[in-house]
Design a protein. Structure first.
Length: 97
């Protein structure tokens, strides 16, 4: 169903098919805006973080996209990755830095 909405070539540009669903939700509700902070908990493999970076225009605004997971992800431009468990106080402190 997602491929019918966007097409297979669009799915290949994101790390997860669910990223397209997030784009659909943002198209409808416009919750990603420039100059905001997005905290992506459980960000592996990084598809939602990709959408957040794209939609918040973090390359040209003061937006920040921070991804947290116990599993390391491949780096993304304009994205801060923190490897750790959000239930751990040390991880929480790194998020708040």
């Amino acid at each position: 169903k997602i491929a019918a909405y966007y097409g297979p070539q669009d799915l290949q540009e994101y790390r997860s098919p669910s990223a397209m669903t997030l784009r659909q939700m943002d198209d409808r509700f416009s919750f990603f805006k420039p100059d905001i902070v997005v905290l992506d908990l459980g960000c592996f493999p990084g598809g939602w973080s990709q959408v957040a970076v794209e939609r918040t225009e973090s390359s040209s605004s003061s937006s920040q996209v921070i991804g947290v997971d116990t599993v390391k992800i491949d780096p993304l431009n304009y994205h801060t990755f923190i490897q750790g468990d959000v239930e751990d106080e040390a991880t929480d402190a790194r998020i708040l830095e």
